[in-house]
Ligand binder design. Structure first.
Ligand code: SUD
Ligand code: ADP
Length: 284
């Protein structure tokens, strides 16, 4: 038996860091939504008791470091499943980009194995399993648009923002999420983006207000470490994107664009700066 799952990328429309916790994580307030750029997973049941990961991408781990492997092992152990699975990952989301590609693969694995092995685990429980794998995994389990608090695992679903184009550009640099959080000083953040203002803009279907409310306090850290991310932001603004922000810990920069007629110009202009550029739709 085979199952297929799509694992979409997320962007953070706003991301605020409130404090550092005793466990080393940070209390955050984020509004996240999914975009139509997705990895594809093929999950094939194995009679023997093993987990095999394969991928066309030569640049991700295929052993127990892979988040899809970890998700499969977690669900298998927790529900005492004796059969195995071969998971093929068709990677399309850039890796270590601030787009939660690995987290979304883990979440898609939880959803896919829940079906393949007929476990009937409710969504809430799948999210709790996801939280054991990473802070962004619970959101990726259900997707949509949500306000995320705690370390990112406490979710309140909200309405999706008005449909638009999302142009994504990933410069060829590596950013470590742990390092970026490690450099944030929560009590000296000058301007905090507002979750309630963003939520109100979304609920009013006010695209201009969504663009005006974009904000990510991790930008200060990543932009200082990598000035090319700042340059990319400026280029996207100049090319005419309506709202521009770095996603998560970076380095991907996204631009929200309402008019299709502007997308080709922004896309082509950015290709002069970096190879990895995508023009996709927001997902409602
Ligand atoms: C920044 C965000 C925004 O959505 O996304 P990415 O840039 O990774 O896509 C997330 O908060 C990333 O979530 P995720 O990538 O799942 O992080 P985890 O694996 O849980 O944690 C990686 C490391 O980041 C730090 N971390 C993560 C989340 C959090 N609320 N506080 C933290 O301090 C911790 O040092 C942790 O060891
Ligand atoms: N299925 C996977 N897809 C992508 N990266 C993975 C996966 N499993 C583990 N990783 C590792 O996780 C790290 C973060 O990858 P990713 O989830 O793409 O980053 P981000 O959360 O910044 O978007 C990378 O260093 C990568 O090697």
């Amino acid at each position: 038996m085979k199952m297929y799952e799509k694992a979409p990328a997320k962007i953070n429309l706003m991301l605020d860091v409130l404090s550092k916790r005793a466990d080393g994580f940070h209390e955050v307030e984020m509004i996240m939504t999914m975009v139509d750029l997705a990895d594809r997973l093929e999950l094939s049941e194995l009679k023997r008791d093993s987990i095999i990961i394969s991928s066309q991408a030569g640049y991700i781990p295929l052993d127990e470091k892979n988040l899809a492997f970890q998700a499969a092992r977690l669900i298998k152990d927790r529900y005492n499943v004796k059969s195995g699975v071969h998971i093929h990952l068709d990677k399309r989301i850039p890796v270590a980009a601030g787009l939660a590609g690995g987290s979304s693969d883990a979440a898609a694995t939880l959803r896919g194995l829940n079906r393949l092995w007929r476990l009937d685990i409710p969504a809430q429980e799948l999210q709790e399993l996801g939280a054991e794998l990473g802070s962004d995994v619970p959101f990726c389990v259900t997707g949509g648009t949500a306000l995320a608090t705690g370390r990112g695992e406490r979710l309140t679903p909200i309405q999706s923002p008005p449909q638009c184009w999302v142009v994504l550009a990933k410069p060829p640099i590596n950013v470590s999420t742990a390092e970026v959080y490690g450099r944030v000083r929560a009590n000296s953040i000058a301007v905090h983006p507002s979750a309630s203002r963003m939520q109100a803009a979304i609920e009013a279907g006010d695209f201009a207000a969504v663009c005006a409310g974009l904000g990510n306090v991790l930008e200060d850290v990543t932009l200082k470490l990598h000035p090319e991310v700042q340059q990319l932001k400026e280029a996207m603004v100049k090319l005419g994107a309506d709202g521009v922000l770095m996603s998560g810990s970076g380095p991907t920069v996204f631009g929200l664009v309402s008019k299709q007629s502007k997308v080709a110009r922004i896309y082509n202009g950015l290709r002069g700066f970096c190879k990895e550029v995508y023009a996709v739709r927001s997902l409602s």
